[in-house]
Design a protein around this ligand. Structure first.
Ligand code: CP
Length: 318
């Protein structure tokens, strides 16, 4: 019997699931013999309501490497524009034979809504401020590759935390694997007091955080999600919370530099540090393909016996 499960967020994820997905991603990276037929006969639809380079392309690449079919659904060129409801669109896509939908949307909770109408798997490729689970997994994989274990390691995430779904998912994945997570931002860009962030340390002093960091992850200002909220000027954020040559001197020698992309060179990180010997930014992108292979396989080849969504489709997001 075929069954489906979803990858909606990491909010309720348990360490063994995260470890299993990353172990599988690492196996794909090392080479799995039957990888190219794992999704034979499966159809995956990419539904991106927001721009994407890394996530959309690597999900497509992951699907093709597993032998599945990938199709792009363009919301602006779809019958959404003629007033078709979400429910009817989902029924239509299901009737056409899609097994999974990879969705990105500016509204938090949109993938959870899709999961209520669609009989296949939903994989969240980023919803509003809420979650970007495969980014969290690929960041954790990159850290594990570097350090072997995250127990006792310290990840400092700096920049626009408040509007960042990446920060939420990456912080949670690293925390579940044993890392200490420090969220560093001006008060305006720290997360609002809400459940889900209790495990993290908050700081407004980036310089003070750097000497103890094993990894530092920079975030861009997410103007498109700021929702009219006041934002500090880019130069203020760069001055207080961006990396620069002097700040790299504060880092321990072994520390690595990460960024989920897209990078705004000269704002949160100068161009020359993007390709610095300590930068793992391209490694993060590379690992994204393997994490997405693991995620697609995990969702699409679930057996009826072990189907348990990482988060229930009815849950609301914060
Ligand atoms: N990190 C990330 O989500 O990048 P894209 O917006 O290019 O997918």
């Amino acid at each position: 019997m075929t069954a489906h499960r979803h990858l909606l967020d990491l909010d309720d994820a348990q360490r063994p699931v995260i470890e299993a997905l990353i172990a599988r991603a690492r196996a794909f990276k090392a080479g799995v013999r039957d990888a190219s037929v794992r999704l034979r006969g499966k159809t995956v639809l990419g539904m991106f309501f927001e721009p994407s380079t890394r996530t959309a392309t690597s999900f497509a690449q992951a699907t093709l490497k597993l032998g599945g079919s990938w199709h792009d659904f363009h919301p602006d060129a779809s019958s959404f524009t003629k007033g078709e409801t979400l429910e009817d669109t989902m029924r239509t896509i299901q009737a056409i034979g899609a097994d999974a939908i990879v969705v990105r949307h500016p509204e938090s909770g949109f993938p959870h809504a899709l999961a209520q109408y669609f009989g296949g798997s939903i994989l969240n490729a980023g919803d509003g401020w809420h979650a970007h689970p495969t980014q969290g997994l690929l960041d954790a994989m990159t850290l594990l590759e570097e350090f072997g274990t995250l127990d006792g390691r310290r990840l400092v995430i700096s920049g626009d935390i408040r509007h960042s779904r990446v920060a939420r998912s990456s912080a949670r994945a690293a925390h579940l694997l044993g890392a200490r997570v420090v969220l560093c931002a001006p008060p305006l860009l720290l997360p609002p007091t809400s459940p889900g962030w209790g495990f993290a340390e908050l700081s407004a002093d980036f310089d003070a955080c750097l000497p103890k960091a094993d990894a530092v992850m920079l975030l861009r200002i997410q103007k498109e999600r700021a929702d009219g909220a006041e934002l500090p000027p880019g130069e203020d954020l760069a001055w207080g919370y961006g990396l620069n040559a002097a700040r790299t001197e504060l880092l321990p020698e072994h520390a690595i530099i990460m960024h989920p992309g897209p990078v705004n060179r000269g704002v949160e990180i100068p161009g020359h540090l993007v390709a610095d010997v300590r930068s793992r930014i391209e490694r993060q992108v590379e690992n994204g393909v393997f994490v997405r292979m693991a995620a697609l396989e995990w969702c699409l080849l679930a057996s009826a016996a072990d189907v348990r969504p990482l988060r229930s489709a009815g849950a609301t997001s914060s």
